[in-house]
Ligand binder design. Sequence first.
Ligand code: SF4
Length: 96
Amino acid sequence: MGSAAQRLYSQLYSARDQLWMDLGKCVTDPPKNPNLFYPPPGMNAREAVKFCQECPVRSLCLEYSIIARELYGVWGGVVEQDRRRMIRARELRRLA
Ligand code: SF4
């Protein structure tokens, strides 16, 4: 993590802040496929994206994954390539 925002988030990120994770659908109603959120290269992540659409903490999950720079898997219903685009877009806005 390099930016000031990332460092600040790391400082603020405590066990209490992780409470939202316990409310995620992947915790309260886990999928049968334990690898659902980390499909092997070349496999479609559509099932995981759909699963996340019904999660009550989806937006928190997505925001966490962007700020924490989670590089792999589906977080907040968004695949890694799309999260990278979101990160780049935020950085461009920050620099503008
Ligand atoms: S959005 Fe998806 S990955 Fe994130 S907590 Fe909810 S079910 Fe889990």
